[in-house]
Design a protein around this ligand. Structure first.
Ligand code: COA
Length: 325
């Protein structure tokens, strides 16, 4: 018995923040951002939108396309680094908005690879007889955690959500293999220092701007490339598939140069790699489900395609997943 994605959806806020807008906010240029990251614009949630609002919109679309009613859901998993609250879980808020009264619900904090982690957790549950339909959502409002005075980070991130409905499947389609890994020793290189139990909010943490993302970009870049490569190769090895045999590589959209370096190391031609970073920037856990939804909408992914997902993020954690569509 396998596990298959039955429907996908995504939602991004209407407000676009372009590189030219950022030129007016910090000492940067459209040229620098485009050539160093591949990003041209990103979406920003409105003041009355939180992560659960984005997640809900993506979920509604995914459920419609899967032809699944909210009350049929056995579980809702929201993967996010930007929950509405520390508790209750964002998944509980989404459950209430959907009126999915039969669903268990919890959040997973696995940074950018969160969606891959969420799919793997859903797969584990769906292998048990009791669970039949699971909704996995990657959703972020990173604009709330970005220091809009720090040009090293504020140009990189965007808001959005993507969702997938997963079901048991008795064909040979669906999730084939996966590889999840962590390296917690390097956690300080990409961190939100305050607001948790280590550094609760005080006047001092606010003054020191410790409630914003801190990142050693150059270091993160190096580990991202080696982590994505390892995750891709191990995932393929576990399925006895060679890189040249995959139809699509769908990488986490953090930086076009990370994607390009990973692609080159794997020896995968450019036309097999899906890239949408120019439109959305880095939407963390939402990046892969947004990409997958667009690919399906554009008719790029076809039945039987071998699709390799790969991601890297704060932790550090990284992972890959191979799906036969
Ligand atoms: N505009 C203009 N100049 C900028 C800038 C910006 N937005 N941000 C940084 N710079 C400057 C730096 O201050 C530095 O100037 P200096 O040489 O005078 O000190 C110069 O550009 C080069 O900085 P550097 O950090 O070496 O640039 P880079 O080529 O490594 O690119 C990142 C920076 C952040 C784009 C890149 O390191 C990166 O993408 N890292 C990974 C980040 C990531 O993906 N994080 C999430 C992981 S999921």
């Amino acid at each position: 018995m396998g596990v298959r994605i039955k429907g996908l959806g995504f939602y991004v806020p209407g407000k676009r923040l372009t590189n030219f807008d950022l030129e007016k906010m910090v000492d940067t240029s459209d040229e620098w951002i485009r050539t160093r990251t591949g990003i041209q614009e990103r979406r920003i949630a409105s003041n009355d939108e939180a992560t659960s609002d984005l997640a809900y919109q993506a979920a509604v679309q995914a459920l419609q396309r899967a032809q699944v009613k909210p009350e049929e859901l056995d579980m809702i998993i929201v993967t996010t680094a930007t929950p509405d609250y520390l508790f209750p879980a964002t998944a509980c808020i989404v459950q209430s908005k959907l009126n999915a009264q039969n669903a268990a619900c919890f959040d997973v904090e696995a940074a950018c690879p969160g969606f891959i982690y969420g799919l793997e957790i859903a797969r584990g549950f769906l292998e048990l007889p009791r669970y039949r339909k699971v909704l996995v959502i990657g959703a972020e409002t990173l604009s709330r955690l970005v220091d809009w005075e720090d040009r090293n980070t504020c140009v990189l991130f965007g808001d959005g959500a993507g969702a997938a409905v997963l079901e048991k499947d008795n064909t040979d389609h669906g999730i084939i293999s996966s590889y999840l890994k962590g390296n917690g020793a390097l956690g300080q290189l990409l961190i939100l220092p305050a607001g948790g139990s280590r550094r609760p909010a005080t006047q001092d943490t606010v003054q020191q701007r410790e409630h914003y993302i801190k990142m050693q970009g150059r270091e993160v870049f190096k580990y991202a490339v080696t982590g994505m490569q390892e995750a891709a190769l191990k995932t393929l090895e576990r399925a006895h598939i060679k890189p040249e045999d995959i139809t699509w590589l769908v990488p986490h959209q953090a930086n076009i140069r990370i994607i390009e370096a990973t692609r080159e190391r794997l020896g995968i031609p450019e036309h097999k790699v899906y890239v949408n970073i120019a439109k959305y920037g880095n939407t963390s856990a939402a990046s892969i489900p947004i990409a997958l939804t667009e690919m399906v909408e554009e008719g790029k992914i076809k039945e039987g395609d071998l699709v390799l997902l790969v991601s890297f993020g704060a932790g550090f954690i990284y992972g890959g997943m191979l799906i036969k569509w």
